[in-house]
Design a protein around this ligand. Structure first.
Ligand code: 4AD
Ligand code: MG
Length: 478
């Protein structure tokens, strides 16, 4: 299929003298003469110069922001500032007009909040164009990273009958009538009459299924949508997000940390190499956003500097116990500046603590390991001290937890005991226990929150701005 030229290639190759056709959407039309057309392939728009004496007035009237156009003409050196080449328009076709009175995107800076309300149109802004080009590169790079390291991409189910994280924050899937479901004698809903003849929900993680794959294919990863009905309206939580979950047979916690660090650095490097222009744009917008903040809240590094820093530095590796000591002795803890003051070993870490460790204490990405059993999931491997598990969380500046993972409990008896302690019914997970019965082996894996990664790389402070159609409590409009 022969496609028309992408604006990105015309601007990159500057084919002076050749005839081209560009197709895209009008950003601006100035002085009845200069049309800026953007097709989403690059931050830059191309300028087409219209001969208004020759063109039909009715046609010129249709060249308003948002209109879809094809413009053909010769590529020439630009006389004006701001671009090196432009197109002398010879023929113009308007495919779809855009009523200038009603088109919400004006050639000015709109707030991110406003753009969230018109999420179906925000792709057409410089900021969101840059974000979604980078999001694509990141997802492609994830597949490349794993493919090059002999991992198989495993598709795990979206509808499941188990709660992989044991946190109970699930969306139910049912075909029973909401108003009048069939009931048992005791009045409770009779799910045996439901589609799957039992209760089902949207998955919170593909890990448990990935473990089955890893114990046959050696290295697998999932990359799919994940659903959590956490009622947390924060800048880092979505009800529907994408997660990457590698799982590796014959791997321990150290291997797991090495893999996570290598992957994160690889992904950042790929984006740095592929998107200098988009990153520079996002860097500048962040700098402007930061300059509005009080001095002590400003980040000391620019976006690109921060990305390069994370690639260059070894991540700090600390145990939970070491981290608790650091936090107990920290100023904000002593002065009770934390919302949750750390009293004793065993406390769950909040994002304020994670960010203190990363941004104030270590001043670089941190991998925390060996958390208390009580605050982590049932499948994590019990350490010899009997009170911690082989968990790991990777903490990033500005984000907090970006990865959660662990070495898995591969010993059947220990796992059964842990499940009993945590009241997790064994019948529901018989298949998960079976791989501990037949050829069990040490194995480990982790989950990377894809949107948190996109947030980190683009410097966007709200997670709703890095997914095309965010789902959060009360929001599902687009
Ligand atoms: O730490 P979590 O809950 O770990 C798991 O689900 C494991 N089963 C992963 C594994 O070992 N295979 O989630 C993993 C990551 C978090 O570190 C975070 O980056 C992201 O998923 N995440 C969310 N991202 C956006 N919105 C939410 N509500 C998220 N919850 C978790
Ligand atoms: Mg976690």
């Amino acid at each position: 299929m022969a496609l028309h030229e992408k604006i990105s290639s015309i601007l990159a190759t500057e084919p002076l003298g050749s005839k081209v056709t560009v197709k895209g959407w009008v950003r601006t039309f100035r002085s009845n003469r200069f049309v800026a057309v953007n097709d989403g392939t690059t931050l830059q728009s191309i300028q087409a110069v219209v001969d208004y004496e020759r063109e039909d007035e009715a046609l010129l009237a249709k060249l308003s922001p948002g209109a879809a156009v094809s413009i053909s003409g010769e590529v020439v050196e630009s006389q004006g500032k701001g671009q090196r080449v432009e197109i002398m328009a010879e023929s113009i076709e308007v495919h779809g007009t855009s009523d200038p009175e009603r088109y919400p995107l004006q050639p000015k800076k709109h707030s991110l909040e406003f753009l969230r309300e018109i999420a179906h149109l925000r792709f057409r802004t410089n900021t969101f164009g840059a974000i979604f080009r980078i999001r694509h590169t990141l997802s492609f790079a994830i597949h490349k990273f794993f493919h090059d390291r002999a991992f198989y991409y495993l598709h795990t189910p979206i509808i499941t009958a188990s709660d992989a994280e044991g946190a109970g924050e699930m969306f139910r899937v049912t075909t029973l009538p909401a108003g009048d479901p069939p009931r048992r004698e005791d009045g409770t809903v009779d799910f045996t009459k439901d589609f799957f003849q039992q209760e089902t929900n949207l998955t919170v993680s593909g890990q448990l299924e990935a473990e089955l794959g890893a114990l046959a294919l050696s290295r697998v990863y999932t990359f799919g949508p994940t659903f959590r009905a956490e009622n947390s309206n924060t800048s880092r939580h979505l009800a529907e997000f994408w997660m990457i979950e590698p799982e590796v047979a014959f791997a321990n916690l150290k291997d797991n940390q090495d893999l996570a660090e290598e992957m994160l650095k690889y992904l950042i490097k790929e984006v740095l190499a592929a998107h200098p222009e988009d990153l520079q744009f996002l860097n500048d917008r962040l700098q402007q956003e930061e300059s509005q903040k009080p001095a002590h809240q400003r980040s000391s590094m620019g976006l690109i500097e921060k990305l390069e820093f994370c690639v260059a530095e070894d991540f700090e590796r600390l145990t939970y116990t070491e981290a608790i000591r650091i936090l107990q002795n920290s100023k904000p803890n002593k002065k009770k500046k934390f919302q949750f003051v750390i009293e004793d070993w065993g406390a769950d870490l909040q994002s304020e603590h994670e960010r203190y460790l990363v941004e104030k204490h270590c001043k670089k990405p941190v991998i925390l390991t060996d958390y208390p059993t009580q605050i982590k999931s049932f499948y994590m491997r019990l350490n010899d001290d009997q009170k911690t598990v082989g968990a790991m969380d990777v903490l990033f500046p500005g984000i907090g937890e970006i990865i959660g993972g662990s070495q898995r409990e591969e010993r059947l008896d220990v796992l059964e005991r842990r499940m009993a302690e945590m009241n997790i019914p064994q019948e529901e997970l018989s298949w998960f226990l079976d791989i501990r019965r037949f050829g069990t082996c040490p194995h480990a894996g982790f989950g990377l929150g894809f949107e948190r990664m996109v947030q980190f790389v683009t410097g966007m402070s709200n997670i709703r701005d890095v997914i095309p159609f965010p789902r959060t409590p009360g929001n599902v409009s687009f």
